[in-house]
Design a binder for this molecule. Structure first.
Ligand SMILES: [Zn+2]
Ligand SMILES: [Zn+2]
Length: 218
């Protein structure tokens, strides 16, 4: 667990989990807890949440690639009342090893469908803060970013990394779509916005807009 600090009233904890070193995040305040993504080998995250005495009310998936959903069966067992949601463009992916790419990795993941679907422009209440759902496809068709303007924080999934971007060589990926998402939806955020990606360390919008070698700001 990496304590990423308390921003506003929200405590942000990061967990790098599983064989693909996938980041999951736990957002919490005194009374509420939400989880972002659920990688393979989620025991450390589940134990942390239980030890803190939290009851997560929502698990939001940035997208349905297997490295972000591989721990869902274990998570559901631990927190059966938690609502799991994903962007509507990836309906069916959780159950389908071809769509969630797990079929190609020899460790097929097929888990029950999400409890609900998200769309661009929705606002979620997570750990007492407002998070806007930004559809940021390209790495995957239903990739989302969760942006909390009041906190200056964006959880960007696998769209944008510190010094890199998400892979676009998968069957349903598209570089031009991803570059458009990054330029129009992410680089347009306030440059002080801190980004927390699905892999690797945090960065800021300003730093990536100026120096990301894969998608330059305009
Ligand atoms: Zn991915
Ligand atoms: Zn990933």
């Amino acid at each position: 667990m990496q304590d990423l600090g308390t921003i506003g009233n929200v405590r942000l904890s990061g967990f790098e989990l599983g064989p693909f070193a996938t980041n999951a995040y736990v957002l919490s305040n005194e009374s509420e807890c939400a989880v972002i993504d659920c990688p393979y080998e989620p025991a450390e995250l589940i134990e942390y949440v239980q030890r803190k005495g939290f009851t997560p009310s929502q698990l939001i998936l940035t997208h349905a690639h297997c490295d972000h959903i591989g721990g869902l069966a274990e998570f559901r067992k631990a927190f059966p009342k938690c609502t799991i949601r994903i962007h509507a463009a990836e309906a069916g992916f959780l159950e389908d090893p071809e769509q969630n790419l797990s079929a190609f990795l020899g460790q097929p993941v097929s888990v029950a469908e999400a409890d609900g679907f998200l769309n661009d422009g929705e606002t979620l209440d997570l750990a007492g803060a407002k998070w806007n759902v930004l559809h940021t496809p390209g790495h995957s068709p239903g990739g989302i970013t969760l942006h909390a303007p009041a906190l200056g924080v964006a959880l960007v999934g696998d769209a944008l990394f510190a010094g890199s971007i998400g892979r676009t060589d998968f069957p349903h990926s598209d570089f031009d779509t991803l570059a458009h998402s990054i330029r129009m939806r992410l680089y347009t955020l306030d440059e002080a916005t801190r980004i927390f990606p699905g892999h690797g360390p945090p960065s800021t919008i300003g730093k990536e807009r100026r120096s990301n070698p894969f998608v330059r700001g305009t």
